[in-house]
Design a protein around this ligand. Structure first.
Ligand SMILES: C[S@@+](CC[C@H](N)C(=O)[O-])C[C@H]1O[C@@H](n2cnc3c(N)ncnc32)[C@H](O)[C@@H]1O
Length: 268
């Protein structure tokens, strides 16, 4: 078990270097600087092996603490800086008990490259938690991961036993989806972004921004039979999104002004 302290990165590189040096002094096991498109503004993530130290660091430097299964930041080990999103660990802060119930091998290592979905964004975390919450229903289920980015959500679903088709409008991401799937012993098929000819699925995972929800909601509602996991939505966009999908909201979770809705796939 590890803890990540997340904080806004200072505006200037000199102060950022000083904060990173301080994080190492305070016993961090790995420090990453990440920026858009994964997060709204530059952030520093620092891993710690114990919660008390993480809490002290968060108090001292103004950050928040997240519990994860493991901190893996590479390359290189003991990394100082990366230009883009780091290879991150995905684990899920709040659903570790669920993961443990499904075996201890659910930690994913995702190399996001230029894609979205290295696991540090609140919407990705919320969606991973939702997938874990559905774990019991995912064995032999079919899953459509719309806007897969690095493939992180579909990969977790595949590791939980689902057959997964991912769609991603950015062709550069397709290679990373394949690479991450292979690295995590998961099989993911990349399918067309035009969903009109897609077969029905049990679960749809949709972490995209509002304009994309407007594009895909009707197709997703038609295709998903059991559950729809919707995120990428801000607090002030929820009403429109609920209306777009027109399905019963089973769960409504929030983190940092981002929301996740678990929708019942069956027509109301
Ligand atoms: C917020 S990211 C989510 C990535 C990942 N699923 C996660 O949860 O971290 C949304 C992704 O949707 C992709 N995207 C945007 N419009 C799309 C569309 N119409 N069909 C498929 N993918 C789309 C973007 O390129 C981006 O990678």
């Amino acid at each position: 078990m590890s803890w990540i302290v997340r904080m806004a990165a200072p505006d200037d590189p000199v102060t950022t270097d000083a904060v990173i040096a301080r994080l190492w002094d305070l016993g961090s096991t790995g420090v990453a600087e990440i920026g858009p498109p994964a997060v709204d503004g530059p952030q520093l993530l620092a891993g710690f092996d114990d919660d008390a130290t993480a809490a002290r660091v968060a108090d001292a430097l103004g950050g928040t603490v997240e519990r994860v299964a493991e901190v893996v930041v590479e390359p290189p080990p003991g990394l100082v800086r990366l230009d883009g999103p780091p290879t991150v660990v995905v684990a899920h802060p709040d659903r570790l008990d669920d993961a443990e119930a499904h075996g201890s091998d659910l930690t994913l290592t995702i190399e996001a490259g230029p894609t979205f979905g290295h696991g540090a964004h609140p919407t990705t975390h919320l969606a991973l938690e939702a997938v874990l919450g559905l774990a019991d229903t995912l064995v032999d289920a079919t899953v459509l991961d719309v806007g897969a980015g690095s493939g992180v959500l579909g990969i977790l679903a595949a590791r939980l036993g689902a057959g997964v088709v991912a769609t991603e409008i950015d062709p550069a991401a397709h290679e990373w989806i394949g690479r991450n799937a292979a690295a995590n012993d998961a099989e993911i098929e990349v399918g067309p972004t035009d969903l009109t000819g897609h077969d029905p699925v049990d679960v749809a995972l949709v972490n995209v921004l509002l304009p994309v929800h407007r594009e895909v909601a009707a197709d997703v509602v038609r295709l998903a039979r059991r559950h729809i996991v919707v995120t990428g939505v801000r607090d002030d966009q929820v009403d429109e999104v609920v209306e777009l999908y027109g399905r019963t909201v089973l769960e409504d979770r929030s983190r940092d002004a981002w929301r996740l809705l678990l929708l019942d796939g069956t027509p109301t």
